[in-house]
Design a protein around this ligand. Structure first.
Ligand SMILES: C[S@@+](CC[C@H](N)C(=O)[O-])C[C@H]1O[C@@H](n2cnc3c(N)ncnc32)[C@H](O)[C@@H]1O
Length: 313
C-alpha cells in the first residue's frame, strides 16, 4: 500500500494486522502506538466492527495531522492521541478504557521524518535536532555539546554498536572546544576529518552514529521496555501484542521479553534453582516474520524489518 504522497510506505502491514486481531474475541479495543502515516490504522479500521475502538498514537504532530486527514472516513472509530506510547496506561485511562485487546508497534520513524525533519539524515545539512516529539527534552546537538566523553562513548557503543567508540567520543570532545555542534554536517565533517574510510564505509559508519544519537534523543529502547512491561496489565486475555522492529537492539528486547513471559520458570542467578511460574504469554510467531522479496523490492526500507507477535494467556 502506498500513501498518497509517499509520507511513508507501511511495512509488513497485512501480516501485522492479521496477527493483531484475535477474531475469537467479541469486542476489539486496539492501540496502534505508532500511527505514522496511518497505514496500519486504516487496515485495522477495515477489519474491526463499527462498535470496536481504536486508539492511534504518534508523538510526531506532523504524522498525526497527516494521518487524521488520511483516515477521515474512519474517524468515528479512532481516538487520535499526540503522545508517547510509553504512556499508554495514562492515555487509555484518560479516555476511560481499562483494558485493550490488541497492541501494535511499528517502531522507528516514517520516511517523511527521516527525509524532512531536522537532524535525522546525514545526507542533508539541517539543524541537529532529532526529536520526533518536540516536547522531549534534549536535542542531538545538545548531547554532543554537553555530555562527557565517557557518556558519549557509552551512547555510540550501546546504541550504535560502534567499535572503539572512545576515539569518536574524544574527537567530538576536542572539536566542540573550537566550535559547538549545531548542524548535521558539523558531525559529518568531523567524521570526515577524523576517519579516512572511503565512501561506502563512511555511509555505514554515519548510519550507526546517527542511529545511536536518535535512539538516545528519543529514548527509544526505554520506551519499548516500558510499554512491554505495562502491556501485561493493560491487556485482556486473548489480546495480541505485535511488534515490528528495524534493528537488532529493539528486536532483542522484544525477543527476550516474549521468551521471559512465555517461560514456565522464573529466571534466577543460580542455574540449579528454578521457580515454576504461570506463563503470561504465548508466542505466536515461532520465528520473526520478515518481508518477502517482493516487498523489499518495492520498499527497500523494509529490508531490516522483523515482526514478532504474542498472545496474552
Ligand atoms: C515506522 S512509523 C509507523 C508507520 C505506520 N505503521 C504506518 O502504517 O504508516 C513509526 C511512527 O512511530 C512514531 N513513534 C516512534 N516512537 C514513538 C513513541 N514512543 N510514541 C509514539 N509514537 C512514536 C514515529 O513518530 C513514527 O511516526
Amino acid at each position: 500500500m502506498k500513501t498518497e504522497d509517499n509520507f511513508h510506505i507501511p511495512v509488513l502491514s497485512h501480516e501485522a494486522v492479521k496477527l493483531l486481531i484475535n477474531e475469537s474475541l467479541e469486542h476489539q479495543i486496539i492501540a496502534d502506538g505508532t500511527l505514522g502515516s496511518g497505514g496500519y490504522t486504516k487496515l485495522i479500521c477495515e477489519k474491526i466492527k463499527p462498535t470496536d475502538k481504536l486508539i492511534s498514537i504518534d508523538k510526531d504532530l506532523n504524522a498525526l495531522k497527516y494521518a487524521e486527514n488520511f483516515l477521515k472516513d474512519h474517524k468515528d472509530k479512532i481516538t487520535f492521541v499526540n503522545g508517547n506510547f510509553a504512556d499508554l496506561k495514562n492515555i487509555i485511562s484518560e479516555i476511560s478504557i481499562s483494558k485493550i485487546t490488541g497492541l501494535v508497534l511499528d517502531l522507528g520513524l516514517s520516511s517523511y521524518q527521516l527525509e524532512a525533519e531536522s537532524g535525522f539524515s546525514f545526507m542533508k545539512d539541517t539543524e541537529l535536532d532529532m526529536r520526533a516529539y518536540k516536547k522531549d527534552f534534549i536535542t542531538a546537538a545538545e548531547i554532543l555539546n554537553s555530555f562527557t566523553k565517557g557518556e558519549l562513548e557509552e551512547i555510540f557503543e550501546n546504541f550504535g554498536e560502534i567499535g572503539n567508540a572512545g576515539r569518536l567520543a574524544k574527537a567530538i570532545a576536542e572539536k566542540r572546544k573550537v566550535k559547538k555542534f549545531s548542524t548535521t554536517f558539523d558531525l559529518v565533517n568531523l567524521v570526515n576529518e577524523e576517519y579516512k574510510i572511503g565512501k561506502k564505509n563512511e555511509i555505514d559508519f554515519l548510519a550507526k552514529i546517527f542511529q545511536a544519537l536518535r535512539i538516545k534523543v528519543n529514548n527509544e529502547l526505554a520506551n519499548l521496555e516500558n510499554i512491554l512491561n505495562d502491556s501485561l496489565d493493560l491487556m485482556e486475555k486473548g489480546g495480541r501484542i505485535v511488534i515490528v522492529s528495524y534493528h537488532s537492539l529493539e528486536d532483542r528486547i522484544v525477543k527476550n521479553f516474549f521468551r521471559k513471559e512465555s517461560g514456565k520458570f522464573k529466571e534466577s542467578s543460580n542455574p540449579f534453582y528454578k521457580t515454576e511460574v504461570k506463563p503470561k504469554l504465548k508466542v505466536i510467531t515461532k520465528k520473526a516474520v520478515m518481508p518477502e522479496r517482493e516487498e523489499v523490492k518495492i520498499n527497500p526500507r523494509s529490508r531490516s524489518a522483523k515482526l514478532r507477535a504474542a498472545e496474552i494467556i
